[in-house]
Ligand binder design. Sequence first.
Ligand SMILES: Cc1ncc(COP(=O)(O)O)c(C=O)c1O
Length: 363
Amino acid sequence: MKLITELKPKDKLGKLPKDESTLEFGKLFTDHMFIMKYSESKAKEKDKGWYEPKIQPYGPLTLDPAAIVFHYSQEVFEGLKAYRWKNGEIYLFRPMKNLERMTTSGERLVMPPFDKEFVLNSLKELVKIEKEWVPHAPMTSLYIRPTYIGTQAKLGVQPSSDYLLYIILSPVGAYYASGFSPVKILVEEQYVRAAPGGVGFTKAGGNYAASLLAGKKAHDKGYTQVLWLDAAEKKYIEEVGTMNMFFVIDGKIVTPPLTGSILPGVTRDSVLSMARDWGMKVEERLIKIDEVITASENGTLNEAFGSGTAAVVTPVGELCYKDRCMVINGGKVGKVTQKLYDALVGIQYGQTKDPYGWMIKVC
Ligand SMILES: Cc1ncc(COP(=O)(O)O)c(C=O)c1O
């Protein structure tokens, strides 16, 4: 396939705000997007059904109101970032991990595979074209949102015969308005996010729609997000709204295993790699909420934090469950959380060596 490029006239291009500290998460979009189409009727051809890959001006999509995505949520997405280094160069963080996860998510929703190398090269091309949009201020970045939807106009629950895969870009500041400071999380008792055998391990939009009510109720009560428990017994820790969850208990880092109901976070994987390399004790295992409460009571709950592309490494200062709140590490950022945050941010912004080869240069 050959990537087609149709750019906006120079005098129509938008700009980053002068004051980059005003950037909010996901509100502003760049001038161009990548888009490519799929049709089952072309699937026997050499590009396996994918055609017309294009970088074009950002703008609305025209879809039939009967499009499958609107009715049966055949949609998956991704989130990754491009970072501007001090020397002006621009890098992506482990982009292939996101494209692999998008393929896995798509497979679960019966969506056809795509050429990941081709999409990565197109993404690099798009970011190169939009390089002026990658912000400069500390902790800002260009958030990248690949999206994959079923577009066939047909009612009836079945996989779509046609798809669009597109990528949009948004210059962003910190995900949480509070920046790198401890957040307050509510352990959700009533609602669940994902059940065994379901789609919890995918980044399907439907997972997030199902989480909105619990999130809103928690937000209205002053919490940043909810911590989900397992669907079957409501005893085991799963993950937070948009972060994987870690505890430091008696000096050991513990995090729930990837059993199919939580998202296999790219940041989670990175945190685990770094911690193991530093010789820290790390356990991926089931964690009962009762174990966390006991550890809090007997003084062995040292720290808690979440990890995610948008949230980076976010300390949890307070965890509330059934009318009681555990204040963790005096509500302050813990040593392990700080060390992981510094190391990750150091690699992402090119301030420290990247021994893992995680950073992929765009330009
Ligand atoms: C439900 C959920 N869990 C975990 C994460 C963290 O994943 P990653 O580190 O790949 O961003 C996210 C990211 O958005 C998420 O939505």
